[in-house]
Design a protein around this ligand. Structure first.
Ligand code: ATP
Ligand code: ZN
Length: 224
């Protein structure tokens, strides 16, 4: 069901939402965020913004439900691997890496533990929200591990006796430090990206995307 209006999925509330809305506004897209609405119609362009949990954005693109999405590479790659493993559609086009949402996905261990390399993680239980990305990294390193899947409170898992190590998003490292952990290995450096579904869009929509991309290029360059 292709609508005439371009559908863009963005995070409703969280670390990506403000910068994402600012970027769209700087690109000339006028809209008014009000209340708890799922869909916000742009006032000056044939664009609808879909406000959702960031976890849902990769799937909405991969299933072709929306045309564009803004998402952290960490989430995008995790969902892509998970869907590919289940033989579900996992394709998308990466249009542009953006200049916000920067973080790294890192394995962290007890601050007093020694760490000489991935082999020190052999057989350990690792708490994470990103089991696929951890598995990909550990497979590459030839190290086996046990997963401990947590959607929150990952950083307290070692202290709670649930896991030996964690793999979580880090920006300053303050959260790790506050929990008696230290960064041992960076497994992914992530930023927010603009992605498009792989389906062919009607010419008007594709032209609008191309115009938005050109504006985005200018907006991001002007900030650099
Ligand atoms: P939602 O309610 O939408 O599911 P969330 O709690 O999963 O939100 P946020 O904490 O808002 O997500 O983070 C969204 C994205 O912001 C992350 O997936 C990541 O790409 C990026 N990010 C940047 N810095 C950090 C950080 N220090 N910690 C966590 N995420 C970060
Ligand atoms: Zn989320």
């Amino acid at each position: 069901m292709q609508t005439q209006r371009l559908r863009i999925a963005i995070q409703k509330k969280g670390r990506l939402s403000k910068e994402c809305q600012d970027l769209l506004k700087r690109c000339g897209v006028k809209f008014n965020m009000m209340g708890e609405r799922l869909v916000v119609h742009s006032e000056n362009m044939p664009i609808d913004l879909l406000l959702v949990r960031d976890d849902d954005i990769p799937g909405l693109i991969m299933d072709g439900v929306v045309d564009l999405g803004v998402i952290g590479e960490n989430e995008l790659e995790e969902v892509g691997l998970e869907r590919a493993a289940r033989n579900e559609p996992s394709d998308y086009k990466k249009l542009r890496r953006l200049d916000f949402g920067g973080c790294r996905l890192s394995i962290a261990i007890d601050k007093d533990a020694t760490y000489n390399g991935p082999q020190d993680l052999q057989g350990k239980r690792i708490a994470t929200t990103y089991p696929q990305l951890v598995k990909r990294y550990m497979d590459e390193q030839g190290v086996t591990f046990s997963p401990c899947m947590l959607n929150g409170s990952v950083e307290v898992a070692p202290r709670a006796g649930l896991a030996d190590a964690i793999c979580d998003l880090v920006s300053t490292g303050a959260t790790l430090e506050a929990n008696g952990l230290k960064e041992a290995a960076v497994i992914l450096r992530s930023k927010a990206v603009l992605i498009q579904c792989t389906a062919d869009l009607v010419a008007e929509k594709q032209a609008l995307i191309d115009r938005l991309l050109t504006r985005m290029q200018g907006v991001i360059q002007a900030k650099e």
